[in-house]
Design a protein around this ligand. Sequence first.
Ligand code: GLN
Length: 283
Amino acid sequence: LTIQDYIRWTYSRFRRSDIFYGHGTDNPWDEAVQLVLGALSLPLDFPKEHLDSRLTHDEKKRILKLVDRRINNREPLPYLLGEAWFMGLPFKVTKDTLIPRSPIMALIENQFAPWLEQYPLSILDMCTGSGCLGIAAALTFDEAEVDITDVSDAALDVALQNIAMHEVEDRVHAIHSDMFNALSGKQYDLIICNPPYVDANDYNTAPREFHNEPQLALTSGDDGLDFTRAFLAQAADYLHDNGIVVYEVGNSEVALQEAYPDTPFMWVELENGGNGVFVLTKE
Ligand code: GLN
């Protein structure tokens, strides 16, 4: 049997299962292609005309094992391969990091226009996990110094590897910090944060794939907003006067605006593409 045969076989297994897509690909065909090529350490642009190569016994076993883990353990594909893609860039991931995904990506691609008025020289990415948002921001703003923080040492280890892979060691600094506690006295032009915000009920009823991710990165108290309440109370002190905070909070966005009308921030409406994200500026 050839690589192509194994892709088709994997595809048909995925199609007959009820696995959840959304941690990398969004359909069974892409998931099958990525799993098989990844298992063989082949690049995603591997030429089609070579897909009729035959596989060794070990290679077949490796594919079967990963398909089994994907379908029966519901392990998201990036954990099986140790790599995820974000903004067209590869990032190393482990089960200590959330799999890279965030609507903040679209804002980075737009360089935070029109909300960010000045080029940001200092950036903070809090709850960085794999480092994906902070590193993508550093590559977008190549004059900026970027602090990326996390409360998980294991996540920061992965972030450090991604910093090295993207060769931004000189400008991206991984800092162990529980929210702002290691950052006293610092101020930033841009703070981005994709914190844990899933409420207990949504978490408990989420597809099993989510339960393979670190719960620390997803939930924060019963209503999911413990982290967010503490963050809103402190973030203004860490922001330069013309700076902005870009904060992901899912469908709690509107509720928060109503619950915290008297934060030291102005809430900026995102017109489009900002699903579940809000921008804060100092009043
Ligand atoms: N529902 C979000 C997601 O899975 C949760 C992410 C988060 O808590 N930061 O993308």
